[in-house]
Design a protein around this ligand. Structure first.
Ligand code: ADP
Ligand code: MG
Length: 479
């Protein structure tokens, strides 16, 4: 793609979140299907991939990470094993119970800081699928003192319902499975608390609107909160997304509250804001945008402008003729998402659609069914671009290229961060994946070229594949 000279340009929607107070002790009993590990025959493969991923991460770490210590005299470094980290035995057993042998690079570098005494703030960046969730979840669990009735001691805010549910069900609950009496609650749309009633949980994981609402109603008493986590922190601090609510939440917390901000992307302006918001913080940053792109994800683009029937037909043919494992298709608008879904379903290719207009319970049901592999294709908007971690997603399709509209000028431009987050729904923790960009017109070509230039200046990052489903099948493994 590298040499395309783009003509002039041209949207992107987002949306917000159920689940009752979760008693993670229930995790000791069989968890709901969504929480269990991959099928048994993939266990060996998973172990091998994890090992490879860990080796790769540690081999490149010195070139890749830039660590800025708030206190230059601090001697915190990285730890190569979980055992060295002074974690209480209950948390160690939680980690090993999840099948983690060794910390990933971001865990190795962030955990000594997260667990430090006195607590320190941290802004941390690491590639998609590299294990950021476990790092901040351990941070929250480490600080919580289990009491009864439960006082709220940690709050984690994420941009979407799906991510909040996933953090609780797939990380917080299994990680704290051995901690008796610990209570957690999802603060997502549909969760109701009467005025004056407390959340009744040690840890709240929620979306910004609901967390603000619970703070206003005093359901969350901020004075006892010791840890505030922003996951997808750049999105949380972005002026055009959740900045106002994030500010309100941060301001409500006591000055001593430890702030942990995590994301795979931190555009400069947002990072500057985040730094001001947290004050003194250590930073773990990826030294260049080029390092952000995972080499386990094969990126392709297909010129569907010349394909008879265009990108809709190409997508249809791709699903009809090729054996494809689980995949996510990103489109720009909810309407388009509904239309593409209808077309594929009508052609006998079952797929689900998830976007902000879908009812909460339906969103939960759809995610569950996709997570356990009952649904193979999910058509969605940017609402699922970030954070969603489903091992078996081997293909991401950008049906529409990600772009954003400047609120002041109204001008559209490529959305670099969203591109990276979208393709990062595959290639989780060292697995292989493919990202296919369907490029229908000059605007899309221009967006693609700018994205490539941004992440790989002067290089080819996204290879062209001819608009032919068989040629595509030869180029990539899709199942
Ligand atoms: P991200 O950095 O994108 O937030 P996640 O926290 O969602 O990534 O982690 C991606 C996957 O890696 C998850 O399925 C998680 O269970 C797995 N994982 C995290 N840490 C480890 C580890 N130390 N060893 C093995 N697998 C891990
Ligand atoms: Mg994440």
């Amino acid at each position: 793609m590298a040499s395309f000279v783009p003509p002039p340009a041209q949207p992107v929607p987002v949306a917000p979140v159920v689940a009752p107070v979760v008693d993670p002790n229930a995790a000791a009993q069989p968890m709901p299907a969504a929480v269990v590990a991959p099928p048994p025959n993939s266990a060996d493969l998973t172990a091998k991939l994890q090992k490879l991923a860990l080796e790769r991460q540690s081999a490149q770490v010195a070139d890749r990470l830039k660590i800025v210590q708030a206190n230059p005299n601090s001697h915190l470094t990285s730890m190569t094993s979980f055992q060295e980290m002074n974690l209480p035995p209950l948390l160690l057993s939680g980690i090993f119970g999840m099948g983690f042998d060794k910390p990933s690079a971001i865990q190795a570098y962030s955990l000594p800081r997260i667990l430090a005494t006195p607590p320190m703030n941290l802004i941390a960046q690491a590639q998609s699928g590299s294990g950021k969730t476990a790092a901040f979840v351990l941070g929250m669990l480490y600080r919580v003192v289990v009491d009864e009735p439960a006082t709220c001691q940690a709050v984690c805010v994420t941009p979407t319902r799906e991510l909040a549910v996933q953090i609780v069900q797939n990380c917080l609950a299994p990680m704290s499975a051995n901690i008796e009496g610990i209570r957690m609650r999802m603060g997502v749309s549909g969760e109701m608390i009467s005025r004056g009633e407390g959340v009744g949980a040690h840890i709240v994981v929620g979306t910004p609107g609901k967390v603000c609402d619970w703070l206003k109603k005093r359901s969350i008493n901020p004075t006892t909160v010791k840890v505030l986590v922003l996951d997808e922190a750049d999105e949380m601090c972005n002026e055009s997304s959740h900045r106002t609510n994030s500010l309100l939440i941060k301001k409500a917390m006591p000055p001593t509250c430890q702030c942990l901000f995590f994301s795979a992307t931190f555009p400069k302006e947002v990072l500057d804001f985040a730094e001001k918001l947290v004050g003194q913080a250590d930073k773990i940053l990826i030294s260049s945008d080029e390092e952000l792109v995972l080499d386990v994800i094969k990126q392709l683009w297909i010129d569907t402008g010349t394909y008879q029937g265009g990108k809709r037909q190409f997508l249809e043919d791709m699903y009809s003729f090729l054996e494809i494992g689980q995949s996510i298709v990103f489109v720009e608008t909810r309407k388009e998402a509904d239309e593409v879904t209808q077309i594929l379903n009508a052609k006998g290719y079952p797929c689900s659609v998830l976007h902000g207009k879908v009812e909460n319970e339906e969103r939960d049901r759809l995610m569950e069914s996709f997570r356990v592999g009952q649904t193979k294709v999910l058509i969605t908007t940017n609402v699922l671009a970030r954070g969603v971690d489903i091992d078996n997603v081997c293909l991401v399709v950008n049906y529409d290229m990600p772009r954003q509209r400047n609120q002041e000028t109204g001008v559209w431009s490529p959305d670099f961060e969203t591109y990276l987050h979208r393709i990062g729904r595959t290639g989780r923790f060292g697995r292989k994946g493919t990202a296919i960009n369907l490029v229908q017109d000059d605007n899309a070509k221009r967006t693609l070229a700018e994205i490539e230039q941004h992440f790989a200046p002067g290089k080819e990052m996204i290879a062209q594949c001819e608009a032919d489903v068989e040629a595509l099948a030869d180029k990539v493994e899709l199942s």
